[in-house]
Design a protein around this ligand. Sequence first.
Ligand code: R5P
Length: 293
Amino acid sequence: MDWGLKNRLARIIRPHSGRGVMLAVDHGYFLGPTEHLEIPRKTIQPLLPYADSLMLTRGILRTSVDEKYPIPVVLRVSGGSSIIGKDLSNEKITTSVKEAIRLNASALALSIFVGAPYEHESLVNLGKLVDEGEEYGIPVLAVTAVGKELEKRDARYLALSCRIAAEFGAHVVKTYYCENFEKVVNSCPVPVIIAGGPKLDSELDALQLTFDALHAGAVGVDMGRNIWQSDYPVPMIKAVRALVHQRVTVKEAHEIFIKNKEIEKAPKPTFETIAAQPKTKTKSTKSKKTKSN
Ligand code: R5P
């Protein structure tokens, strides 16, 4: 692996912990204005300080992220189908590597659809993208997509998809958590990170899923909905971050969530509440005169 590629990878999987928190906000590329991501800038901005990297399309990067903010970008470069179209697996490479370089991307992300009608095309896309990425020292994140068939998310299928992604040269693989997740991680020779999937019933459930995936060997998350569809996205990403980097327990992570949620819920002082506060006497700051000779 070349220096540049290793350097870019280290922006995503942080060397101090060997893990990473990637914030996924690329959903609009086939879902349009997903719930809580209708105005991307509003959703993304408060979460940036707690993410190691940001996964998104060039359109949202250019319109909704401040170019002066130093966040490593994982650029989604595949697409071509929508949720109301015929087949979600019919994707092509939609963004060139030249454009990715222009946008200072730290990695390229592309979906593969193993077992779907366009399996072949998506795998060939991955091979081509890895060739190009290697040429310029840009790592490739392969996303093992399941389209609308969420029930595909079992260890047998995901191990197959992740392994194929690694065989095609992906440098990191993103997949879903499932039972026997060790099987998925152990048979994939490159680092695996997990997507959160659709929003779970509670934040505690999402934290448990994250913990279990990390415990089974995942090196981090590429999480979206379970963070920004929470009523408290910042407390949620802080809790996820603690699981990933500080290796806290689920209980500790949940306490971090609750504590930060309470802080957010507390009424913020307004001009009126400050003005209504009783004045407290302040000590005179005048210094006593000293005797002069
Ligand atoms: C899906 O194809 C998108 O690439 C998302 O980035 C991915 O599913 C991760 O987001 P979430 O945690 O919401 O599943």
